[in-house]
Ligand binder design. Structure first.
Ligand code: ADP
Length: 667
């Protein structure tokens, strides 16, 4: 017993340690989880903001890179362009540039050609041309002699040296043919004004081609407008293509053209009108800028990229105007923001992040400060575009909510499972310790019980052997009686020792039974013979009903041990109604042996436990019926080793029936 106590103590302290660990670990975990969950939303939102900032800065640096590359290329092209500016240079083209303007250092717009009304033309040399031309005018306007006028103008044309003198004469002739209603001839002259002399202007700076078109469309025109369509288209084409100069009267002319449904219904002409108006718009907008830069009114050094002065878009516009100064001229490039934006986006990846984002470029004014929605990041793009901002925001804000929610769920679930596992572990530990404690107590009881059990027969044997030795008997019959008592007590002792040994062997898995075909009734008879003495000694009424024909594969000694255990129990636990019945019979395909008594019976809830080792219904040592608690344990093991079963039916106060079931041998 002393040896067993420390085990119990150790287990108890184990529970305390475990309990403390569970409590501390559980507490720490709960604290950490709750803490981390409350921080988790904040952390996620922070991460979203970080990623949005990253996307923004990647875009911004790419944008700058694109702008740097573009200005570098444009500078190279402008320098090349300069070299043959005089001979009609190839236009500068770049995918990111929508158009460009060139202004000379004296303020004249070279591209697109824009002729300014100067009001004065340098007096022409009084050559043959002038004389004939003036004569023509005289004949045309004063004398209204158109034939003479035609001759004079034609003479002037023949003598024209400068290109623009020819244009002047052709213009006069076309005017004349118009008056003479010679449509074909007039149109031929318009054709050359439009096609060949687009850059020639009169002394008011108006290109002669304008007069041609104007006359074509006027009511007094000699030919129907539909026939003039291709000529108007050519005029517009040359205007947009920089072959005919723009002037302050261009808008008026374009309006005149637009009045004619026959012309505007042609998509080509409509498109060209639009393009021409666009150019005019650009001239109006950027010419003053270029002039101001020439005059040094704008800070030339301010906001420079790669030697380009950057003129940011005005509130209404979307184009950057990048101006480059070369030795002779100023180049102004029109760079639409959309094109730069597109270029900055190519090659950038938005999908390497934890969440999906959309990246929008928009005007700053659309979203005033403080009105930003949930988890939106807004930042400037480039100093050249002070009004454009980049907005980065989650494509689907619900995705972030769901992510946080799932994390919470997993953490809480994990925590719950962990706590549950800890509690189950604790419960199992307590159970285990209780079982160990119970076993320890049963073992202790067992030792006391065995001592008691062994003592009783030994005392009898000792006493009767003593009497025989001291001749304390009256007759031979008395001697025999004493000897029989010694024999029966020693048999009882043997049975008890056998049970203990059998149990020890079973515990060590060292039991081997030899199964042989045996007559069951015969074995029961032998046991009854052995037990007769005790049944008689305790005044039992015994009823034996046996089917003598039953054979089974059994270990005879084992079965005998089981039967004598059952009969011993029947005797022990029948203090009043001393009736015992032994029966053997066939039930379906099984052989059954009943040992029935009318004793104290066994409560229902303990009927399983009585087969467990050391288990006794009354566990106090030295109780009325003593025992070791091993008999039924050993018996069940033996029967099961013979492939049979040992069961009990019992009700307290009425008695018990123990039934051995064995299987028949196939005959
Ligand atoms: P024991 O040596 O205590 O008899 P057993 O293993 O043979 O050990 O029996 C276990 C317990 O089962 C007994 O302590 C007793 O309480 C109960 N028991 C066994 N047989 C009977 C019976 N025939 N009538 C009533 N109780 C019984």
């Amino acid at each position: 017993m002393k040896r067993l106590l420390p085990i119990v103590d150790r287990d108890s302290s184990l529970i305390v340690v475990y309990l403390a660990t569970v409590l501390i670990a559980g507490g720490i975990l709960a604290y950490l989880s709750i803490n981390s969950i409350s921080n988790f939303r904040e952390l996620t939102e922070k991460r979203v903001s970080e990623e949005e900032k990253e996307i923004h800065s990647a875009y911004v640096s790419h944008f700058r890179y694109v702008l740097d590359g573009l200005t570098g290329e444009l500078r190279g092209q402008a320098q090349e362009h300069m070299e043959d500016l005089e001979e009609s240079a190839e236009p500068i083209t770049h995918p990111l540039v929508s158009d460009y303007l060139i202004i000379s250092k004296n303020g004249a717009l070279i591209r697109p050609h824009f002729s300014i009304q100067e009001g004065v033309t340098p007096p022409g040399s009084k050559t043959g041309f002038s004389n004939w031309y003036e004569l023509g005018e005289q004949q045309e306007f004063q004398n209204e002699d158109f034939v003479a006028a035609e001759t004079a103008y034609s003479r002037a044309l023949e003598r024209a040296d400068a290109a623009c003198d020819s244009a002047k004469a052709i213009n006069a002739l076309s005017r004349l043919y118009n008056k003479l209603k010679q449509a074909e001839r007039a149109r031929g002259h318009y054709q050359s004004l439009i096609g060949e002399f687009g850059l020639c202007t009169n002394r008011f700076g108006i290109p002669y081609a304008y007069f041609g078109v104007d006359r074509l469309l006027r009511v007094e025109s000699a030919s129907p407008i539909s026939e003039s369509k291709s000529l108007v288209a050519e005029f517009l084409q040359n205007l947009v293509g920089n072959q005919i100069a723009f002037t302050s009267t261009t808008t008026g002319l374009l309006d005149t053209i637009s009045e004619h449904q026959v012309l505007t219904s042609d998509p080509k002409i409509a498109g060209l009108i639009l393009a021409a108006r666009g150019k005019l718009f650009q001239i109006e907008r950027y010419r003053p800028v270029l002039k101001e830069l020439l005059e040094g009114k704008l800070g030339w050094e301010a906001n420079k990229v790669n030697d380009f002065v950057m003129v940011p878009p005005s509130a209404a516009g979307n184009d950057l105007f990048a101006v480059y100064e070369s030795s002779e001229v100023l180049y102004g490039f029109v760079i639409p923001f959309e094109l730069l934006d597109q270029q900055a986006r190519t090659g950038l990846k938005w999908d390497g992040y934890n969440f999906g984002y959309e990246v929008i470029t928009r005007k700053r004014s659309l979203n005033p400060q403080g009105m930003k929605a949930f988890l939106e990041f807004e930042g400037t793009i480039n100093p050249c575009f002070p009004n454009e901002v980049l907005l980065v925001r989650p494509k689907n804000p619900d995705e972030i909510h769901d992510f946080v929610f799932m994390r919470k769920l997993i953490t809480y679930l994990g925590l719950t499972l962990l706590v549950a596992a800890m509690i189950i572990g604790l419960y199992m530990l307590v159970q285990d310790v209780n079982r160990k404690k119970k076993m320890a107590r049963l073992r202790t009881d067992f030792v006391a019980n065995v001592t008691h059990e062994l003592k009783t027969p030994l005392t009898s044997i000792n006493m009767f052997a003593d009497s025989i030795l001291l001749n304390r008997y009256r007759s031979d019959e008395g001697l025999k009686k004493y000897a029989r008592i010694i024999l029966k007590e020693s048999e009882k002792l043997k049975r008890m020792v056998n049970n203990i040994l059998e149990f020890a062997r079973q515990e060590n898995n060292k039991v081997f039974y030899e199964l042989r075909e045996e007559n069951i009734a015969e074995i029961i008879h032998q046991v009854m013979e052995e037990m007769d003495y005790w049944l008689y000694a305790h005044n039992f009424e015994v009823q034996v009903e046996l089917d003598e024909s039953l054979y089974a594969m059994v270990d005879a000694e084992g079965l005998k041990q089981v039967l004598s255990n059952l009969i011993t129990n029947a005797i022990k636990y029948s203090p009043e109604d001393k009736r015992i019945a032994i029966r053997s019979y066939m039930r379906v395909k099984e052989i059954c042996i009943d040992v029935e008594d009318h004793g104290i019976g066994i409560p229902q809830e303990q009927q399983d436990s009585i087969f467990k080792k050391f288990y006794r219904v009354s566990e106090e040592p030295g109780a009325e019926a003593s025992g070791t608690g091993l008999g039924l344990t050993v018996s069940k093991e033996i029967i099961e080793a013979m492939n049979g079963t040992l069961t009990v039916r019992s009700s307290p106060g009425k008695g018990s029936i123990f039934t051995i079931t064995l299987y028949t041998i196939a005959s």
